[in-house]
Design a protein around this ligand. Structure first.
Ligand SMILES: Nc1ncnc2c1ncn2[C@@H]1O[C@H](COP(=O)(O)OP(=O)(O)O)[C@@H](O)[C@H]1O
Ligand SMILES: [Mg+2]
Length: 347
């Protein structure tokens, strides 16, 4: 029942196609991040799952139970889904405990059991002892934790998050990543987490679905999306690195030999690409060496503890990015050894 299945799901608003024939399963107990730039359809996907929008085409199922198709929709309150948005929507005139208990009271839970359950979920989000605090006395991060607790108390088996950390500063976001992982472990709920922040998606989820213009470009574990992106758009959106042109010239023992500007390197690939190819080179797969690809230093920025060095290959427009522990002089010619590269599928 807590598996979410999305089949051929499309949503149009007048001329805008917000979601374009997306099919994706969210297995029971999985934690999926929907990652993509603003306007790519992430919120629309969540709203369709929650029941705040009706599909133009396709279906939403929980397990085998139909939640929505273009003709019939189960209302949001009957779907048993918890939702947390970017804006916390807390009631300012109620204290923390009253805010958190609200979903239980709305469902006429037994009065005696409410304080214990409130305490339990406040402990989960790290706000034990804050029951009597007023909302306006809390920081942004604490308010978001109250919203989380209010969602958790309903004990939903499906929880949807729409950029819940977008309004928080970087330090707080990092600490909330731990809280979300913990909530997932404790509840075992099926979680769909929308974000435009690739670092957050990689850190949180056990699967990342990358969206662009209403389509899912790749849905895979974080390491796979990072190391083996399905296309140039995914590669550009996740992690640092550059894409250069090369020619695949042979295969041996699972590696593809690629010629880049007359130098041969070994690359990972899907299948057996041949001929002109696009090669993804990430900073950790490159280092300055005595021999290798000749390149000219274009720029260097100290990122602490390393210098991020931007290099130009001989071919026009082809750049590399690598991390160097030593500073390098702009204009200098260096050599780059390649220990890891990925041939982007489909050339
Ligand atoms: N209620 C709506 N009416 C008209 N257009 C909408 C509506 N909701 C979303 N859109 C459009 O659909 C596209 C996807 O929006 P959205 O799902 O909010 O993207 P994201 O959450 O990834 O930023 C955008 O072009 C947006 O302008
Ligand atoms: Mg959105």
């Amino acid at each position: 029942m807590s598996t979410i299945r999305v089949e051929g799901l499309s949503k149009r608003f007048n001329e805008t196609t917000a979601l374009d024939a997306v099919s994706l399963d969210f297995p029971a107990g999985s934690f999926t991040a929907l990652l993509g730039p603003s306007g790519c359809g992430k919120t629309t996907m969540l709203r369709l799952i929650a029941g705040f929008e009706a599909p133009s085409e396709g279906r939403v199922l929980f397990g085998d139970a139909l939640m929505a198709d273009p003709e019939r929709q189960v209302p949001p309150e009957a779907r048993g889904v918890g939702v947390v948005f970017q804006s916390y929507a807390l009631w300012p005139h109620m204290d923390v405990a009253e805010n958190v208990a609200y979903p239980l009271k709305a469902r006429h839970a037994k009065k005696g059991e409410i304080p214990g359950r409130v305490r339990a979920v406040l402990d989960v989000v790290g706000l034990g002892g804050f029951e009597k605090r007023r909302i306006e006395e809390l920081s942004g991060g604490q308010r978001q934790r109250v919203a989380l607790a209010r969602c958790l108390i309903a004990d939903a088996k499906i929880i949807l998050f729409d950029e819940p950390l977008a309004n928080l500063d970087m330090h707080l976001r990092a600490s909330m990543v731990e809280a979300f992982r913990d909530i997932h472990r404790r509840t075992g709920a099926t979680i769909v987490y929308v974000t435009h922040d690739q670092a957050e998606a990689l850190a949180l989820a056990d699967r990342v679905a990358v969206l662009s213009q209403g389509k899912v470009l790749q849905a895979a574990p974080p390491q796979e999306v990072y190391r083996a992106p399905a296309n140039a758009t995914v590669a550009g959106f996740v992690g640092r690195g550059t894409i250069v042109s090369g020619t695949a010239i042979g295969h041996a023992e699972g590696a593809t030999t690629v010629d880049i500007s007359g130098h041969r390197i070994a690359a990972r690939s899907a299948g057996a690409p041949a001929g002109p190819s696009k090669i993804l080179l990430r900073p950790e797969g490159l280092r300055l060496a005595l021999a290798g690809l000749p390149a000219k230093v274009l720029g260097s920025i100290y990122r602490g503890p390393v210098h991020e060095v931007r290099l130009a290959l001989a071919a026009p427009g082809q750049e590399l990015l690598l991390d160097s522990t030593e500073p390098v002089a702009i204009g200098e010619t260096v050599h780059v050894a390649v220990s890891d590269a990925w041939v982007i599928p489909g050339g």
